[in-house]
Write a protein that binds this ligand. Structure first.
Ligand SMILES: [Zn+2]
Ligand SMILES: [Zn+2]
Length: 136
């Protein structure tokens, strides 16, 4: 995989990933919905040191007892989620990549809190809870 880059809406934050995101998943949890204002966020996991912020300084919000959300303090864009018990990895908001098409989702998590009118046309596994990854 070639190195990929991403950033927030306003351009204040730019980052690069030294490795391809793994375990890319739709997250339908209520925290993602409220953090983003969207029905779902898509996250992929990379080693913590493979996520390099090249410009700007993401703000952090402890959105639950298990972790922090990294976001742009200027435009509010959700950049990443860092979970306390997975300190060596970080979950990247895939839609903020410059080429999100390169990292398609592999499954759904927290499908139990999916908004009823929102459904995607795929046959990926729908986990009602945190799923195999156990995060986000
Ligand atoms: Zn921004
Ligand atoms: Zn979530």
């Amino acid at each position: 995989m070639t190195e990929s880059k991403g950033g927030c809406l306003c351009g204040a934050i730019r980052y690069r990933l030294a490795e391809a995101p793994q375990a890319v998943a739709y997250c339908h949890c209520r925290n993602c919905q409220r953090a983003s204002g969207a029905p779902v966020l898509v996250f992929g996991t990379v080693p913590r040191d493979a996520f390099v912020v090249e410009q700007g300084n993401p703000r952090r919000h402890r959105s639950s007892p298990i972790g922090e959300r990294w976001f742009c303090g200027d435009c509010g864009c959700q950049i990443a989620m860092h979970v306390d018990y997975q300190i060596d990895t970080i979950d990247i908001a895939i839609a903020t990549l410059d080429v999100p098409e390169a990292s398609p989702p592999e499954f759904h998590i927290w499908h139990g809190s999916r908004i009823g009118w929102f459904e995607t046309a795929d046959h990926l596994t729908r986990y009602p809870d945190a799923g195999p990854d156990g995060s986000v």
